[in-house]
Design a protein. Structure first.
Length: 268
């Protein structure tokens, strides 16, 4: 089985509102997104399909054909539109990123030939995307940032072993990174709000539990969780998951970008 991906971009505007709620309740639940006049995004949609190799052509399916199918559906249903007013489905359903990726899945999947839809990933912006796979619940990933220092040093190893293994990262004074933290929640969108998780509440939890504790800190020296642990990014990802899991019941995974080249995930 081979997997291939094609990206399609589009722009749309939307508002998160329930007409039977007061302005105050809409604002409390949806924040700035509740503006009745709407707001907009440049969406990036990654379409991944799977299939068997055609030995005559050397391809599974022509990615140009995928682009035509997806672009045609998006142009008709979403691109350049105020979704709450111009798309029949979203007149009755809030066009959250979670609901959008489900809508796209249902619209694109039946149109594909000679391959199967494997995954859709819809980026609303750099800090938020939703994902859908076959027979899977929707997941929503929110990105956060913190800066911190650490020293890679294990008390289980000799000084020379630490130097040999970690090199300059074993510098006694430490070194630093601009960490980017991906928090992924998985579940069925709430039928009323269209959300897998309340983003405002999620932001508050991550800020209070993780960011305040780690941002602009030396992990080895300032963060209690690492007093006896070597704060490699593998360990940091695992510790962050364990810190958040009691407060976020449907937490699915934690992803940690140490640099643009080094990425780590922990599923719990």
């Amino acid at each position: 089985m081979l997997y291939l991906s094609r990206r399609v971009d589009f722009s749309a505007m939307h508002s998160y509102r329930k007409t039977d709620w007061s302005d105050e309740r809409n604002a409390a639940v949806f924040g700035l997104c509740s503006n009745p006049n709407g707001h907009g995004h440049d969406y990036k949609l990654e379409v991944m399909v799977k299939g068997e190799l055609n030995n005559r052509s050397g391809i599974v399916v022509n990615t140009v054909d995928i682009k035509k199918i997806v672009s045609s559906f998006i142009e008709e249903e979403l691109d350049g539109k105020f979704l709450n007013k111009e798309n029949q489905y979203f007149i009755n359903n809030i066009p959250t990123t979670e609901n959008l990726v489900q809508f796209l899945w249902e619209g694109i999947k039946p149109q594909l030939d000679n391959c199967e839809l494997h995954r859709l990933r819809l980026h609303e912006n750099h800090y938020l995307y939703a994902e859908k796979e076959d027979e899977q619940m929707v997941s929503l990933t929110r990105k956060y940032h913190f800066s911190a220092a650490h020293r890679l040093h294990s008390n289980e190893l000799t000084q020379q072993e630490n130097v040999d293994l970690f090199g300059k990262c074993n510098n006694p004074y430490g070194h630093g990174h601009n960490y980017y933290l991906d928090i992924t929640i998985k579940g069925d969108p709430d039928p009323s709000t269209g959300m897998v998780v309340d983003l405002g509440s999620l932001d508050q939890i991550v800020e209070s539990v993780v960011i305040k504790k780690m941002d602009h800190k030396h992990l080895n020296l300032d963060v209690e969780e690492f007093k006896e642990l070597n704060p490699t990014s593998e360990v940091v990802a695992k510790v962050i998951f364990e810190m958040l899991a009691p407060k976020i019941p449907n937490l699915y995974k934690v992803g940690l970008w140490e640099t643009e080249k080094n990425y780590f995930e922990y599923y719990g």
